[in-house]
Design a protein around this ligand. Structure first.
Ligand code: DAT
Ligand code: MG
Length: 138
């Protein structure tokens, strides 16, 4: 086994649509543990660090704007291979093509005016998880 920790964010659209409980339920049903949780109104500085890898891409500015549009729920989640496992639970980035049964596939809306509304974030590697957990649980 490889017990890991990952950062899950329930993004402002997920919080606003009252999907926080449903998303946490799916994480717990999979057998993962909620280690810490907090509601965060992210500011630009936090998001610039969090999304540093995407700086300069066409969706970067709309992404940062959207992520400041309301509170997110940050969750420290632990479990066996949880980094990859949560990303499977979340589904692929674009809700249009995310598989049914995934969070984005079941609840995501087609990319529209706000192109980043895909409900959740999950760290993509051990290194990202450590970096992102330090940012959101500073
Ligand atoms: P993920 O959140 O699946 O890890 P990512 O790290 O590549 O995806 O991108 C971060 C966020 O940016 C993603 O959740 C939504 C937005 N995004 C990514 N690619 C995009 C694109 N081509 N057009 C619009 N928004 C995009
Ligand atoms: Mg990513």
């Amino acid at each position: 086994t490889a017990i890991e920790e990952t950062l899950v964010l329930i993004k402002p659209d997920g919080v606003a649509r009252n999907l926080t409980g449903e998303i946490l339920r799916r994480i717990e049903a999979k057998g993962y543990s909620l280690v810490d949780i907090r509601m965060v109104q992210a500011d630009r500085e936090l998001l610039a660090h969090h999304y540093a890898e995407h700086e300069g891409k066409p969706f970067y500015e709309p992404l940062l704007e959207f992520m400041q549009s309301g509170p997110s729920v940050a969750v420290r989640v632990a479990g066996n291979r949880v980094i990859e496992g949560f990303r499977v639970l979340a589904g692929t980035t674009d809700p249009t093509t995310a598989a049914p049964g995934t969070i984005r596939g079941d609840f995501g809306r087609d990319w529209g005016l706000k192109v980043q509304q895909n409900l959740v974030h999950g760290s993509d590697s051990v290194e990202s998880a450590e970096r992102e957990l330090a940012l959101w649980f500073a």
